[in-house]
Design a protein around this ligand. Structure first.
Ligand code: CTP
Ligand code: MG
Length: 233
């Protein structure tokens, strides 16, 4: 059967310490419905026939735990993480064993991403070169100064919050990482590195359920989202 969507490799940065969640266990290893967060994030991609490789960037201290999360999955590659998210992904790019046209980058801390969203991002990245999921902002947004006084009210219709997976043509993402390294650009997402090249990035509608586990209460939220999805399936 021909593939409807482009094939891709995905890089999962999973080398953070999860300081905002706290505790001894980095958030990507916390249990969600009895399995680690990373276990779910890996499967969100590996179970798709378009997925040729899953590269996980891990802190070497947690390598054995990470490998357990990918046990039985043939597309797995593990690389060492770096000091910043961007360095972890740079290592992932270097460690790729396959060379598909499309590379997705997805936070290991977003275990609830849907197959639909992954396909939309891959397809839009193939069409435009770069695509990310983004959401409108429901609240009024203010710019403040260092004393907490409002400087400006920013029209929110022209703002979006960025999610992952972010998808790129492989050569474009490699060029963006090379450019960022050369000019010491450190971004909090991959799109910003492609934007720095001057290349346009297209958005697709993100999903409110595609939350990034950031604070302790997010673990239970993610569990409810996954449980509800299992219940419906
Ligand atoms: N990440 C990474 N390498 C780093 C830092 C972060 O691979 N040096 C990963 C995290 O594991 C996570 C993703 O990047 O899957 C998004 O980062 P974030 O949510 O900020 O995770 P942490 O940095 O672990 O959390 P915190 O900022 O609260 O410490
Ligand atoms: Mg962080």
């Amino acid at each position: 059967m021909p593939l409807l969507f482009p094939s891709f490799a995905v890089i999962l940065p999973a080398a953070g310490s999860g300081a905002r969640v706290g505790g001894n266990l980095p958030k990507q290893y916390l249990p969600l419905l009895g399995k680690p967060v990373l276990w779910h994030s890996i499967r969100a991609f590996s179970q798709m026939e378009e997925c040729v490789e899953v590269v996980v960037a891990v802190n070497p201290e947690w390598q054995a735990v990470a490998e357990e999360c990918g046990e039985g999955i043939e597309q797995m590659t593990y690389v060492a993480g770096g000091t910043e998210r961007q360095h972890s992904i740079a290592n992932g790019l270097q460690g790729l064993r396959t060379a598909p046209d499309i590379i997705l980058v997805h936070d290991a801390a977003r275990p609830c991403v849907s197959r639909w969203l992954v396909q939309q991002v891959a397809q839009t990245a193939a069409a435009y070169g770069a695509a990310i999921p983004a959401l409108p902002i429901p609240e009024t947004v203010k710019r403040i100064d260092s004393n907490g006084a409002i400087v400006a009210t920013i029209p929110r219709h022209e703002l979006r919050t960025a999610q992952t997976p972010q998808g790129f043509r492989r050569q474009l993402l490699l060029a963006a990482y090379a450019h960022a390294a050369l000019h010491n650009i450190l971004g909090t997402d991959d799109s910003s590195l492609v934007e720095a090249l001057g290349h346009p990035v297209q958005i697709v509608e993100g999903e409110p359920t595609n939350l990034k586990i950031t604070y302790p209460e997010d673990v239970r939220k993610a569990e409810r989202i996954l449980a509800e999805r299992e219940h419906r399936a």
